[in-house]
Write a protein that binds this ligand. Structure first.
Ligand SMILES: C[S@@+](CC[C@H](N)C(=O)[O-])C[C@H]1O[C@@H](n2cnc3c(N)ncnc32)[C@H](O)[C@@H]1O
Length: 257
């Protein structure tokens, strides 16, 4: 296995991840961030894939796989083999995919799959690793990848990041201490993809307000830490959510939207 890229442990992902990732959320923030993804992805897949063919999907950065499980339920007419990939073996324990692989998304351990879905993985990696992951996705897909990302405001990314950097410093809310992350904006990601010749289309972009709720719910923060989280995020208490479809580098087997 490749070197584990940063100091994250399963508990760094939050204490209520399973509940939140599966879409059982309390706030509008987490409903938009987590509960709506399977429906959004299912609609794209239905438009692009013929249900008479079998497909191999990889869920990259799958963790316990709640999103993929919900997505599968929405596509009962499809015959899918799902491979769950995560760099953290413990996170895969409860994943019910057909196959589970512990691996770094920078070097996926297969030749190719038909489709990759990847939600909220990039931001747990530094900038250079994010570029490598995006490149690796295009290398290993035969049809397309669906990527959902949460990150900085494209309009003033550096200023926006100062607030989240302060939160992840963990000085005031130690549970949220995080290292080696990078909250890239969609504008930055699209620039790298263009520079690397990656073909993509942006499917959706929206602002998600009261980002603090995501931390409060996932880490089950007490009242004091919840107040601190909102105070630190201040005027930048929001996230930008973006969805892309990414196509293979080679022009063979591509699908059209
Ligand atoms: C926020 S969780 C998202 C889990 C799942 N995709 C979802 O949306 O419900 C991020 C997951 O990505 C994994 N991850 C982060 N960087 C990775 C990398 N470079 N390679 C493989 N997995 C990675 C983490 O271990 C973690 O399980």
């Amino acid at each position: 296995m490749s070197e584990f890229p940063r100091n994250i442990r399963p508990q760094d992902m939050g204490r209520a991840t399973s509940k939140v990732f599966s879409g059982r959320t309390e706030s509008e923030t987490t409903r938009k961030m987590y509960a709506e993804t399977p429906t959004f992805f299912a609609e794209k897949i239905r438009n692009l894939l013929d249900a008479r063919e079998p497909y191999v999907f990889a869920d990259v950065g799958a963790a316990s796989g709640e999103m993929m499980t919900n997505l599968r339920k929405l596509l009962p007419e499809y015959s899918l083999k799902v491979i769950a990939v995560d760099i953290d073996a413990g996170s895969l324990d409860r994943n019910i995919a057909d196959e589970k692989l512990v691996a770094n998304a920078e070097e996926l351990p297969f030749e190719s799959v038909d489709v990759i879905v990847m939600r909220y993985v990039l931001q747990w990696n530094n900038l250079e690793r994010q570029k490598k992951i995006l490149n690796e996705l295009t290398r290993s897909i035969r049809k397309f990848a669906l990527v959902e990302h949460i990150g900085a405001d494209s309009n003033d990314s550096d200023e926006w990041r100062k607030y989240i950097d302060e939160l992840f410093r963990g000085k005031d809310v130690p549970q949220l201490k995080r290292e080696d992350y990078f909250l890239s904006s969609s504008a930055e990601i699209e620039k790298w993809m263009s520079e690397q010749g990656i073909r993509f289309e942006r499917l959706r972009e929206r602002r998600i307000d009261d980002a603090a709720n995501a931390f409060i719910e996932r880490w089950k923060l007490d009242e004091r830490d919840a107040v601190e989280t909102r105070r630190i995020l201040g005027e930048k208490n929001y996230l930008q959510q973006t969805d892309w479809i990414i196509f293979p580098k080679k022009r063979t087997e591509q699908v059209c939207l």
